[in-house]
Design a protein. Sequence first.
Length: 261
Amino acid sequence: MKKFFKKSLGQNFLIDKNIIKKIVNLVDIKRKNVIEIGPGDGALTDEIIKKKPKQLILFEKDSKLVEKLKLKYLCNKSIKIYQSDILKFDIEKKINKNTVVFGNLPYNISSQILVKFLKFKKWPPKFCDIIFMFQRELGEKVICKFPSKNYGRISILTNYRLEILNKFYISPNCFFPKPKVNSMIIHFFPKKKNLKNINIDNLEKVTNIIFSNKRKMINKNIKKIISYQKIKTIPDLNIKHRPTEIRPEIYYKITELFEKD
């Protein structure tokens, strides 16, 4: 396995078979379409195959690992393998109805991959479940609710479009090479009701601007987004609050008013 490991790609191969089974057993994938991001040498892939999915699509950036995977699954016609950077690939077009997405994500780009799925043009999306692995520190920020010390932009964006169904932690001992941090599995499913009619790209823009000075009051930054007259129409908004003191619903309302300008 050492000869396939590339530190530059943030690769940490999951080797604990019990954890692998626990991940795959989070959702019934029999006769479903499955996508796996970052399969590595195929440890999770092997367990997915045992559950007999209808189709399995693998996305792997590392050319040497792609060669290994193609050789390993040469006789399995239900598997398609793409050598691609998932951040540059239009994955929304490849997802069929009721697709389950697994991903042992490189820590350095895991938040970007999550946001890519959050920003799908069609919502509700065709995927029914996402099971992603994150560095624990980021995972806690993704799932936290207001108010919390971990509350921020990524939790506002995530909780706008996804529900958290399950989560558990993974020790560094379950990987090769062993990372210096703990990991976290999060099982999401898409929200289909009670979504505000706002563009998530604009929600991302609004939170970017307001959180650009996280420790300061929002009174200056919010005026870059909406007029003072519109600010006054949001009854629960206190412009002397810091970004982390403002509920997600208020960010949705600010975005709604921003879109009307």
